[in-house]
Design a protein around this ligand. Structure first.
Ligand code: HAS
Ligand code: CU
Length: 540
């Protein structure tokens, strides 16, 4: 194994560990929300569990997985090890120590603040300091990837960036732009406040900073999945990428539009003027576009694959795709559910509709289709494909790997559809007991919460299968020769030269300009209003 490979593998194992623990937490929550009489069930346990689940899945599993994939893509597309390996390992340990601090704070019951850690809910300082360390570790990762790229660029001034790396660089740029917000929130507001150095905190300003980070965060998760859809899936499915240029355009559009949209999470917040909510709405609808292009391009690539496999009719290419291959099945099922989750996103983004769905179970329905499936299931499929290539071991328990994506699909379908419906019926999100002491309204959604718990059962089994396959492969997979990674080739040969899409400095500058347009004035105005701070609350 190469030295970069070993670093990637270390990151991958942390991701898998976080995923396993978080999945176990989720199972308990699903049962709790179905109001089943479990001996350990209490509000305190529920909030410990939801915080651990959200934080470990959304912030730890994703970040470590993306760091692993980023290192692999950098090394394999450029054909060289990443630079500054000792620094990269330091970043890994910083992120890991931060993660352990966060987990310790949560599991000891001192940080029941959920993964969005909105003040005035207050956590133990270890939670915020740990989160800051995780981010510092990820910055080092981004720096190492960028430095490796620029070193290659100096030696290859006229070549286009390999497409997989192009997508990964877009994710890195988005990450650097957006984490400024959460770093400001955590270091500037929350750490001093939780240490008792400041008495109060401004919850509204903290939310502005959080969502400045929180929305681009979802594209930091999504883009590495899109990299797999564009550059790995067509190859594994036996086809070609329909258009290299469209793929490059998509990633650039994400650099530009990911950040200036955060107020769509704050439509119902007082204190954000309507004009700015409208601007963020318009930009949110603009950022649907690159996902529509992705739906088109990836589906077209799949059609090419099906036809190369002998399909001749209008739709029979769908049946010709290798649905039994774990990577293919994971991504295809991810796409199907993402189509539903994406439409839900457009509904969330419309101000009037948002008033109906905000803070209801609909929202957890939405994000389990997006981050919980489009991203997480794609990452699981990617792990089946990647782990053998990294370790030189054959995939063990391959039957479980074949079944696992389908269990996830069924589980998520049951879970998400029922949550979308109960959300429309008015069931709040993030509550410990949805039965309201057996009131009439809760009676009407009872069958649906049971269905959602059944979905949780499928998901738990699926997650268990995934972890078993990973452990089996990593510990006992049969040795085989190390393997190259073959990326999907474009359908039409593209001129190899550098294009406007490779001008990352320029795109970053435009993105920062858009951020200033969308945020500078409302934040400045907010900071110049009469503001009222809040003391901290720790309900448990
Ligand atoms: Fe979202 C809330 C709007 C995408 C994650 N979102 C959330 C939260 C999370 C989240 C975690 O405007 C909750 C935050 C919290 O805790 O409060 N979201 C959108 C919009 C999009 C969107 C407009 N979200 C995502 C992605 C996420 C994610 C991606 C994670 C990875 N979201 C919102 C809004 C809220 C929100 C509001 C706040 C709600 C509130 O009130 O609190 C868009 O980016 C969606 C674009 C996607 C599409 C779908 C394209 C389809 C594709 C597949 C096609 C497949 C086909 C079949 C055709 C337009 C690419 C393939 C063929 C075969 C043969 C298989
Ligand atoms: Cu958003």
């Amino acid at each position: 194994m190469t030295r970069t490979g070993r670093l990637a593998l270390a990151n991958l194992w942390v991701a898998i560990g976080a995923f396993g623990v978080a999945a176990a937490m989720a199972f308990m929550q699903a049962l709790s929300r179905a109001a089943l009489d479990l001996p350990w069930r209490s509000a305190r346990m529920y909030y410990i569990s939801v915080t651990a689940h959200g934080t470990l899945m959304a912030l730890v599993f994703t970040t470590f997985f993306i760091m692993a994939l980023g290192y692999v893509i950098t090394e394999r597309t450029l054909g060289r090890p990443v630079v500054h390996l000792p620094l990269a390992w330091t970043g890994y340990w910083i992120a890991l120590v931060g993660t352990l601090a966060v987990v310790a704070a949560i599991l000891s019951g001192k940080a029941t603040v959920l993964y969005t850690f909105y003040p005035p809910l207050m956590a133990h300082p270890a939670f915020y300091i740990g989160a800051a360390l995780l981010i510092v570790g990820s910055w080092i990762w981004g720096f190492v990837v960028l430095r490796t790229y620029y070193q290659w660029r100096r030696e290859h001034p006229a070549e286009a960036t390999p497409l997989a790396l192009h997508g990964m660089l877009a994710a890195v740029i988005i990450w650097f732009i957006c984490t400024v917000g959460v770093a400001w929130e955590v270091v500037g507001l929350l750490i001093p406040w939780s240490l008792g150095l400041t008495k109060t905190v401004d919850p509204e300003f903290a939310r502005m900073l959080f969502w400045y980070f929180g929305h681009p965060l979802v594209y930091f998760w999504l883009l590495p999945a899109y990299v797999v859809w564009y550059t790995v899936l067509p190859r594994v499915a036996g086809g070609k990428l329909f258009s290299d240029r469209l793929a490059r355009l998509v990633f650039v559009l994400f650099i530009l539009l990911s950040t200036p949209v955060g107020f769509h999470h704050q439509f119902m917040d007082p204190g954000v003027p309507a004009t700015w909510k409208l601007l963020h709405t318009i930009l949110t609808f603009a950022i649907l576009f690159p996902s529509f292009v992705t739906a088109f391009t990836v589906t077209a690539s799949l059609e090419v694959a099906g036809r190369l496999r002998g399909a001749t009719g209008l739709l029979d290419w769908i049946g010709k795709l290798p649905w039994g291959d774990p990577l293919c099945a994971s991504v295809l099922l991810s796409m199907l559910l993402f189509a539903v989750g994406g439409v839900g996103g457009a509904i969330n983004a419309a101000y009037g509709m948002n008033a109906v769905v905000h803070n209801t179970a609909w929202i957890q329905g939405h994000f389990h289709l997006t981050v919980g499936t489009a991203v997480a299931l794609t990452f699981m499929g990617t792990a089946y494909w990647l782990l053998p290539k990294l370790t030189g071991r054959e995939l063990e328990l391959a039957l479980l790997a074949k079944v696992q994506p389908y269990l996830w699909f069924v589980g998520m379908l049951l879970f998400s559809i029922s949550n979308h419906i109960t959300g429309l019926m008015g069931m709040p999100r993030r509550i410990y007991d949805a039965s309201y002491g057996d009131s009439a309204i809760a009676g009407s959604w009872r069958a649906l919460t049971d269905l959602s718990a059944v979905g949780g059962l499928f998901l738990f089994a699926s997650a268990g299968f995934f972890v078993l396959v990973m452990l089996g492969t990593g510990l006992a997979g049969k040795r085989r020769a190390a393997e190259r990674i073959e990326w999907a080739e474009p359908l039409e040969p593209v001129p190899a030269g550098i294009t406007v899409f490779d001008r990352y400095g320029m795109w970053t500058a435009v993105a920062v300009f858009l951020v200033l347009v969308a945020y500078a004035y409302p934040m400045w105005a907010h900071l110049h209003m009469q503001r009222f701070g809040s003391p901290g609350f720790t309900p448990f």
